[in-house]
Design a protein around this ligand. Structure first.
Ligand code: SF4
Length: 892
């Protein structure tokens, strides 16, 4: 068999996280599409994580929105756009410009973002445009602006490899920014880089940690305030840098002095010894990079956390030089691009400030706009509060899913249901938010659209088209430009294509800049469409004239009026403690193979095979205290809502805290939208909600029966299921269920689940233990298993991966299906660990038992971990756990 060849290849960028990996998408001679890491892209040098590697599996047109719709009916673009323009104009005429709003997304390309911001701030005249990046890194933006006078990320990825100590704060880099983790892991294999993980949870990232400081949630400021004191007291202050390039050190230090070392230990729950170890390592090492992410940002003290970290780097002068600096890594693929063009309600384009009359004037003159917003608009949480209060009459949501992603998500859902006019631009109508749209506008998906994104190290890369746009789908910038035209601003929104928007944006960054602003890409202004198409990744600043460095601030030059950085006093305030009613602190986060609300990653059975059901991670003592059992179901309740999740009992979880992933929506489970439980409390400076945490109670979900179904076709949800969670599998679907009432008829449930099964009722095999309430029903056709249903009084003990695999395996052993386990000749590989090579946990444990003692030897034996590398941390943990268990068993 000949290996298919690439006929045509396009260089583009991954649409998931803020690492911004380069991708080569190729059409092969066999007609298939291949996605590989771009060896020439400076963010990843050819690497991809599991999500990036599986992109080709997510490109189907299933569930795509292909035509504009009003009230569910297909309409022409003209009708849809006229309606949007009319509704917005009418609301503005009757209630003023602040009665309308845009809620946009870090998924948008910079060109889309630029047009959205221009239309709202420069032509409608309101700043009511905010972005889901508010939920992700607004505290970093606010922290940067307070300290540096601008939203500047000082360093670059290379610093992670050049550092001698890497401190990771509130960042599960292994799962959330996997390619950066891989770069760190690879550099660490070459030389001694010490890694400190500061995180309440023991995450996959801890696999490479020399020290894990499992601090109490919300105590980061206390820890870094103590570090600032230690820097000052141990003569490691860089007095020259502080004196020449900063202001406010004394006040910042005074704000820390109320906490003695024992107070810090009490606040953080860490031992004084481990705190001292960390402090001593930090001060003794010149090259320190401190990476922080959502664990820092998604907090009601997020901005203070950011500034407490930055204070320590300013005090030691460790900023802007190779191998050192504070480093915020962003969650979304274009959160940085959105920040650059003013996608936040309190920013103007090109890093200009909405508070500054001079900047407002500069922007208005550049745009030659009839007006300019005069004050900050509504930030995300306030924006949806205003929708709920009836102040927003027309809302346009683009490429985001606030019904699931906002805190107090049920309140947001109710607000949208009451909003007089909601427009949703998206690639699919199968989101919990699209259900509330009066007008749906079909957008282009990844692979169809064209533009630029900026990654966490200020690197601008192209996303390029390699797929034909389906149906009537159009780029987001075009949706807005057309509405702008219809609102009477035709000249300002007459763009020939994304290159024309980029050109305008690049010219704007250089407009009256003269080194006054950090963001300047004037060197890329006036490109032709051809140049734009050929654009290779570059980092800003890229000024047309002046010499520039890859990093900022090694020699000061901050963007404050006196060009000095500001130390910010960050007095520690202990977080609210648990109550008798809500005794546990719930922490939320991502899982390795899912992205946001799963609209794309759930299309990949490979990605769903890693974790296919929403879950609650809880410490064994807390599980016992609350009557929860492993693999059972739990109700999780806060003051704002209640969800139901599968229980995972693990001693990796801190006592008193639980963990729940953020991804599941009503599309994949009936009651698992975790943000419905999160209070809409925000950081007072950044307006970012504290999405990481809520106080909750947990209790057993008193199921009378549990069920598992695997079916070839997408199943219907049976009426008897009070709990369900759905996930695609390689050759079909998997559906988990449970009911609060006894199950009347197992075979009837299977028929309800799948109409396809009904047509094949002649091939039904069943096993019924009525006394024990155990039922197994399977239906077969000539091609093999059509569907199987397993139910029991207790959680069903059938290997999920094995059961789903049987859908793809004719001929099969029919009795083994009824038995719910592999026969003697088959091996159940267990839950997927390595998604690339579909290697399960049982296979890895067997290899460890056979003598493999390192991730590398497992790779040689099974190939696991040798492609994208995202599973290497989990393999390491399995090696660690099982090798120790084997050694202990031998010793006995
Ligand atoms: Fe995409 Fe993974 Fe790279 Fe992030 S680390 S950009 S998700 S391939």
């Amino acid at each position: 068999m000949t290996t298919p060849e690439a006929i045509e290849s396009v260089r583009t960028t991954c649409p998931y996280c803020g690492v911004g990996c380069g991708i080569v998408a190729s059409r092969l001679s066999n007609g298939q599409l291949e996605v590989k890491g771009d060896a020439e892209h400076p963010a990843n040098f050819g690497r991809l994580c599991s999500k990036g590697s599986a992109l080709a599996q997510t490109l189907s047109l299933d569930d795509r929105l292909l035509h504009p719709r009003i009230g569910g009916e297909r309409v022409s673009w003209d009708i849809a756009l006229n309606r949007v323009a009319d509704e917005f104009q009418s609301a503005i005429a009757r209630h003023g410009p602040d009665s309308v709003a845009f809620y946009v997304s870090g998924q948008l390309l910079t060109e889309d973002y630029y047009v959205a911001n221009k239309l709202m701030k420069g032509f409608i005249g309101s700043a009511n445009i905010d972005t889901n990046s508010r939920l992700c890194m607004a505290s970093s933006v606010a922290g940067h602006r307070r300290a540096f006078g601008s939203d500047t990320v000082p360093g670059c990825y290379e610093d992670i490899e050049l550092a001698d100590v890497v401190v990771l704060v509130g960042s599960n880099l292994a799962w959330c920014h996997p390619v950066l983790y891989q770069r760190l892991e690879a550099a660490r294999a070459e030389r001694d880089i010490r890694v400190i993980v500061i995180d309440p949870r023991s995450t996959a990232t801890c696999e490479i940690a020399d020290q894990h400081l499992a601090l109490a949630p919300g105590s980061d400021v206390a820890l870094f305030n103590g570090l600032l004191q230690h820097i000052a007291n141990s003569q490691h202050l860089d007095a020259r840098y502080v004196g020449e390039h900063t202001q406010g050190f004394d006040a910042a230090l005074v704000a820390t002095t109320s906490l003695k070392r024992k107070d810090i230990a009490r606040a953080t729950g860490l031992s004084e010894v481990s705190i001292a170890e960390f402090y001593d390592l930090f001060i003794a090492t010149e090259k320190v990079v401190t990476i922080y992410s959502q664990g820092v940002n998604q907090s009601t003290q997020g901005t203070d956390k950011v500034n407490a970290i930055i204070n320590c780097h300013l005090a030691t002068g460790r900023i802007g030089r190779p191998g050192m600096g504070p480093f915020s890594v962003t969650g979304q693929p274009n959160a940085m691009g959105g920040r650059e063009v003013g996608g936040l309600a309190n920013m103007l384009a090109a890093h200009m400030s909405l508070e500054s009359a001079a900047d407002r004037d500069t922007v208005q003159r550049f745009w030659q706009s009839p007006r300019i917003a005069q004050m900050a608009g509504l930030k995300a949480v306030d924006l949806f509060r205003a929708v709920a209060a009836g102040q927003i009459k027309a809302l346009w949501i683009m490429a985001t899913n606030p019904v699931d992603s906002m805190p107090e998500a049920d309140v947001v859902r109710d607000a949208l249901a009451r909003c007089p006019f909601v427009v949703v631009s998206d690639v699919t109508d199968k989101t919990d938010t699209a259900a509330y749209a009066h007008v749906l506008l079909p957008a282009l998906a990844w692979g169809e659209k064209s533009g630029t994104v900026t990654n966490s190290e200020r690197r601008i890369s192209r996303q390029r088209t390699f797929l034909t746009p389906p149906g009537d789908a159009k780029p987001d910038w075009w949706h807005m430009a057309e509405v702008g035209n219809r609102m009477g601003f035709a000249d300002a929104f007459d763009y020939a294509g994304p290159h024309a928007i980029f050109d305008e944006y690049a010219r704007m960054t250089a407009f009256e800049n003269g080194g006054r602003r950090d963001l300047d890409i004037g060197a890329y202004a006036s490109m032709t469409a051809y140049d734009y198409d050929a654009l290779t990744p570059f980092q800003w600043p890229a000024r047309k004239t002046a010499k520039q460095s890859q990093r900022f601030f090694a020699d000061g030059g901050y963007f404050t009026p006196d060009r000095r950085a500001r130390f910010i006093a960050t007095p520690f305030a202990a977080p609210r403690t648990s109550t008798a009613r809500y005794p546990l602190l719930m922490n939320t986060g991502r899982v390795r193979d899912q992205w946001h609300t799963m609209t794309r990653t759930a299309k990949s059975p490979r990605l769903m095979s890693h974790i296919g059901e929403p879950y609650l991670e809880i410490h064994p003592d807390d599980a016992a205290l609350h009557g929860l059992e492993a693999a059972g179901l739990a109700s999780v309740e806060s003051a704002h809502g209640r969800i139901v999740l599968r229980v995972q009992v693990t001693s990796r979880q801190r006592r008193g805290s639980v963990f729940v992933p953020m991804h599941w929506t009503d599309q994949f489970a009936n009651n698992a939208r975790v943000n419905a439980l999160i209070p809409a409390a925000t950081d007072p400076v950044s307006g970012q909600p504290g999405l990481k945490q809520a106080h909750v109670n947990v209790s057993p979900f008193s199921a009378q029966w549990y069920g598992l179904t695997v079916t070839r076709n997408k199943p219907s949800i049976p009426a008897d299921a009070d709990y369900w969670a759905l996930s695609p599998a390689t050759s079909g679907w998997r559906l988990e269920m449970a009911g609060l009432q006894p199950l009347p008829d197992a075979a009837a449930v299977l028929r309800q689940i799948s109409t396809h099964v009904d047509q094949h009722s002649g091939d039904e095999l069943g096993y019924h233990d009525h006394a024990g309430q155990r039922h197994r029903v399977a239906v077969f056709d000539n091609c093999g298993l059509v569907g199987a249903f397993f139910s029991a009084r207790e959680p069903v003990r059938v290997s999920r991966s094995w059961a789903a695999e049987q859908l793809a395996k004719p001929p099969i052993d029919r009795l083994s299906i009824l038995a719910g386990r592999s026969g003697a000749t088959q091996r159940d590989r267990g839950a997927t660990v390595c998604a690339c090579f579909e290697i399960g946990v049982n296979q890895i444990v067997d290899a460890i038992k056979d003598g493999c003692r390192t991730v590398a030897t497992i790779g040689v034996e099974l190939k696991a971990g040798t492609n994208c590398g995202s599973c290497r941390a989990e393999i390491g943990r399995l090696v660690h756990e099982h090798a120790i268990a084997n050694t202990a068993a031998k010793a006995r």
